[in-house]
Design a protein around this ligand. Structure first.
Ligand code: FAD
Length: 297
C-alpha cells in the first residue's frame, strides 16, 4: 500500500527541525533513517500530515570518546556502529549492531530512531539498559538528559515531549574487569528478535561486583531484570548462581503469544539466552575475545 499524502520538510539543523515540528504541531513526525516510520506509513497505521526529515543534519552521526565517556550521535546508523573502533573494543555493541535486521536496514536505521520508536522489539533500548545509558534530548524548552531506565514508558510511548528530538546517547565505557554480551534469537535476518537478553558484568577477584541484565522483545517495554542482577552481584559465578539469575530474568519478563512464538517458548528462550549472555560476558570480562552472533531458527 502507498502511504497517504504528506508534506515533506528537510531540516538542516536541530533548531530548524524543532522549529518546524513546533510550527506544524500534532501531525508532524520526525524521520531519521525511515526504517520504522516508512513501513508504518505504508500500512497506514499513523495519520501524519508532515514529515520533518532530520537525516542530513550534520554532526549527529559522530561517535566520540572523552575520557571514559562515550557519546553516540542519534543519527549514527547500525552499520557505522558495527564498523566503529568503539564496537571493536566494547563487543556488546558489535553483538547488537551487527545483528539488527539486514544490510539494507542497518545502513539506514539509526540508534536514535531505535530508541525513539518505543518499540519493545528494537535491540538498542534493551542493550542501553546494560550500560546505564543517558538519552540527550533537545526541544522547544532547551536540552535535557534522561535515564534510559524508564525512557520507554509503554508500548511505542517514550518520555519525549512534543517537538523534542533525541540528539545523542551517552554512557561510560565499561572499565577493567568488565564484559558484556547481547544475545538474541531470531526467525531470520530481516526479522525482529523473538526475544533478546543483554548482560554486562564487572568481575573483581572472581566476584561479580556489578551486574546489569536487560530483556528485549519480552514485554511491552524493554525490561531491566533487577532481581537477576541481585542474584549475580557479590557472588562467584557458578551453575547455581547463573541458573537463579536466569529464573529471575524469566520472572521479570512478560511475553505474549504472537507470530514469533508462544509466551512459554519465549520464557524458555529467555532462560537460555540469559545463561548464554552471562557465560560470554564472564569470558569477555576475563579478557578473552569471544565472537558472538544472534541465534536463528
Ligand atoms: C525489515 C526490518 C527489520 C528490522 N529488524 C530490526 C531488528 O532486528 N532489530 C531492531 O532493533 N530493529 C529492527 N528494525 C527497525 C529499524 O532498524 C530500527 O528501528 C531503526 O533503528 C529505526 O531507526 P530509523 O532511523 O530508521 O528511524 P525512523 O524510522 O526514521 O523513525 C522511527 C521513529 O522514531 C522517531 N525518531 C527517529 N529519530 C528520532 C530522533 N532522533 N528523535 C526523536 N524521534 C525520532 C520517528 O518519528 C519515528 O516515530 C527493522 C526494520 C525493518 C524494516
Amino acid at each position: 500500500m502507498y502511504p497517504a499524502p504528506f508534506d515533506y520538510h528537510r531540516a538542516n539543523s536541530v533548531d530548524e527541525a524543532i522549529g518546524m515540528l513546533s510550527d506544524i504541531g500534532e501531525g508532524a513526525r520526525v524521520m531519521a533513517g525511515g526504517q520504522s516510520l516508512l513501513p508504518v506509513l505504508k500500512m497506514r497505521f499513523d495519520e501524519l500530515t508532515d514529515i520533518v526529515d532530520i537525516g542530513r543534519i550534520p554532526d549527529l552521526n559522530q561517535i566520540e570518546e572523552n575520557g571514559n565517556g562515550v557519546s553516540i550521535g542519534a543519527l549514527t546508523t547500525h552499520s557505522c556502529i558495527a564498523a566503529s573502533a568503539l564496537a571493536g573494543s566494547v563487543p556488546i555493541l558489535l553483538d547488537c549492531a551487527s545483528g539488527i535486521a539486514d544490510v539494507q536496514v542497518r545502513s539506514r536505521g539509526t540508534i536514535g530512531g531505535s530508541v525513539a520508536s518505543g518499540d519493545p522489539s528494537c535491540d538498542w533500548p534493551a542493550l542501553l539498559h546494560t550500560l546505564d545509558a543517558e538519552i540527550q534530548c533537545q526541544g522547544p524548552n532547551g536540552t535535557r538528559t534522561l535515564d534510559i531506565n524508564g525512557f520507554v514508558e509503554d508500548l511505542y510511548q517514550t518520555a519525549l515531549q512534543p517537538s523534542e528530538i533525541i540528539t545523542g546517547i551517552r554512557f561510560k565505557r565499561p572499565g577493567a574487569g568488565s564484559g558484556g554480551a547481547y544475545c538474541a534469537f531470531k526467525r531470520c535476518a530481516p526479522a525482529y528478535p523473538t526475544t533478546s537478553v543483554g548482560v554486562q558484568l564487572t568481575i573483581t577477584d572472581g566476584q561479580v561486583e556489578s551486574a546489569r541484565v536487560a530483556l528485549g522483545s519480552s514485554g511491552l517495554t524493554p525490561i531491566r531484570a533487577q532481581q537477576a542482577e541481585a542474584e549475580l552481584e557479590g557472588q562467584s559465578l557458578g551453575a547455581g548462581q547463573i541458573g537463579r539469575a536466569a529464573d529471575a530474568a524469566v520472572a521479570a519478563s512478560d511475553p505474549v503469544d504472537d507470530q514469533r512464538g508462544s509466551a512459554d517458548f519465549k520464557r524458555q528462550l529467555i532462560a537460555h539466552l540469559t545463561k548464554r549472555a552471562i557465560g560470554i560476558a564472564e569470558r569477555r570480562a576475563s579478557g578473552e575475545q569471544v565472537v558472538n552472533s544472534h541465534e536463528y531458527y
